[in-house]
Each structure stands twice: as structure tokens, then as C-alpha cells.
Unconditional design. Structure first.
Length: 258
């Protein structure tokens, strides 16, 4: 059994203090190993500098990604790594076009409608995760959450400011409209958000109802909301049996009992 390689010598106290003061944590952590390799392999000074700065940049990128992902508030963490194109009823060319994220750059919206279990939420979350990985800001919301927001802001009339903060995101996702009854506060919140995002930000919505929003909310609000939501939107219809139910009946949702 070969002996473990000796740990590189730690940085001197003065250099360590300077790196802390400059707030270069990733460079500071990598420096002992990089400097040891540079000494052993006689690196050019410019290569040492490049390697150290690259470590700091990579570390900051990882930290920024983690921050954007946490701020988004995704429900499960599903990405396209677990997505199976063939199980989705959305046409493959449409899936490919959506995954380019060019529609977000154009401030276009996406509406995905279909029965339960046909991949609506999975698709939206995977697209949101891809957007985060591409450096974009994403906000994941539900109608219930919008209703809570409106009620909380009613006392000091700060709903407009709250919606403005949400729209700092490049993509705003509102999941599963129509799953539960829509209260007055949630209906108002949905309209406010869609109206504020119109032609300024991309919104992505999933719903079990391809039409009939006026059955969920007051007709005047429903008409105004749908008009703004659909004007620059890509419409995707999912169909078929529930993937979750199919997997459950095939015993794929659990570890077999012994």
C-alpha cells in the first residue's frame, strides 16, 4: 500500500491574512497545493497566477450557481439529467427549441397544459434549472403563494413593490394553475404578476385547464390575464396516462419489499 502524499506546506500567516482581506477564499484554499505543484514542476510565474485565478473564478461560479438555485425555490431539484424525451408527449423539436432558452432572452412566455402526471411540472423545473445553470435568475411560485403575498402586502399597499422584486428574475414560473380553487387574493396576485411581466420578463405556467380561466377567477381578471399571458407565449399540450401512475403500477416507484 503506497503512502499518502504529504500535505503541501500551509501559506504563511501574512499571505493568508492578505488573501482573507481581499476576500479570495477559493484562491486561498487552493494556493498551498498550486504553489507546491508550481515549485516541483518549475511552472512559469504567469502559469501560477493563471491557475490561482482560475480556482477563484471557478469557486465563485459554483457559489453563484448555488445561490441562484436556492433563490429560485424549485420544488424537487429535477433537471434534464433525469428527463426522458420519449416519455413526454411534447414533440421532440419543441423540447429541443425550449432547451435553447432563446425564448427567455426574447422575453416570451410558455404555457404547458395537460392532465396530471404528464410531465408539466418536471418540464418547467428542468427548464428553470437549465436557466439557472446558464446564469439566469428564476423565481418559482404557486397561486397559493401569490395569494399569501397579496394578503401580506395589503396592509401597507406594497404589492407592487413585491411584484417588482419577483420580476428581477429572468424567468418566473407559476406551477399548477387550476389544481386548487383560486381565491380573490391569488387571482389578483396572478393578474398583477402577468401584467407586470408582460413584454418585460418571461413567464412559464402549467395548468390542467388549457382554457376556462374564467371558471377559476372573476371573468374580467381572467380575460385580462389570459390576453397578456398568451400574446407572446409558446403553447404546449401534454397528453396520455400519468407517468407516475404507470411507474407505480409497474413497481418502479419504490424499492421492492423482501
Amino acid at each position: 500500500m503506497s503512502a499518502a502524499a504529504p500535505a503541501p506546506p500551509p501559506l504563511g500567516a501574512e499571505l493568508d491574512a492578505l488573501l482573507r482581506r481581499m476576500r479570495l477564499p477559493c484562491l486561498r484554499r487552493a494556493a498551498p497545493e498550486v504553489l507546491a505543484a508550481a515549485k516541483a514542476q518549475r511552472w512559469d510565474p504567469a502559469e501560477v497566477l493563471r491557475a490561482l485565478i482560475a480556482e477563484e473564478v471557478a469557486g465563485r461560479d459554483r457559489s453563484s450557481l448555488a445561490t441562484r438555485r436556492a433563490r429560485a425555490g424549485f420544488p424537487t431539484g429535477k433537471t434534464f439529467d433525469a428527463w426522458e424525451d420519449g416519455l413526454s408527449s411534447v414533440p421532440a423539436p419543441t423540447q429541443s427549441a425550449l432547451r435553447t432558452l432563446e425564448w427567455i432572452d426574447r422575453r416570451e412566455s410558455l404555457v404547458v397544459c395537460g392532465p396530471a402526471g404528464t410531465g408539466k411540472t418536471f418540464l418547467l423545473e428542468a427548464l428553470g434549472q437549465a436557466a439557472v445553470e446558464a446564469g439566469k435568475q428564476v423565481a418559482w411560485l404557486t397561486l397559493e403563494g401569490l395569494g399569501v403575498l397579496v394578503r401580506r402586502c395589503r396592509a401597507d399597499d406594497s404589492a407592487t413593490k413585491a411584484i417588482t422584486r419577483i420580476l428581477r428574475a429572468d424567468l418566473v414560473v407559476i406551477d399548477d394553475i387550476g389544481l386548487l380553487p383560486v381565491g380573490a387574493d391569488a387571482a389578483e396576485g396572478l393578474y398583477r404578476l402577468v401584467d407586470a411581466a408582460y413584454e418585460r420578463r418571461s413567464a412559464a405556467v402549467s395548468s390542467r385547464r388549457p382554457s376556462g380561466f374564467d371558471e377559476l377567477m372573476p371573468k374580467t381578471l381572467a380575460t385580462a390575464t389570459v390576453d397578456r399571458l398568451l400574446h407572446h407565449a409558446h403553447l404546449c399540450q401534454t397528453s396520455g396516462e400519468s407517468v407516475r401512475l404507470t411507474q407505480a403500477l409497474a413497481g418502479q416507484g419504490v424499492t421492492p419489499l423482501r
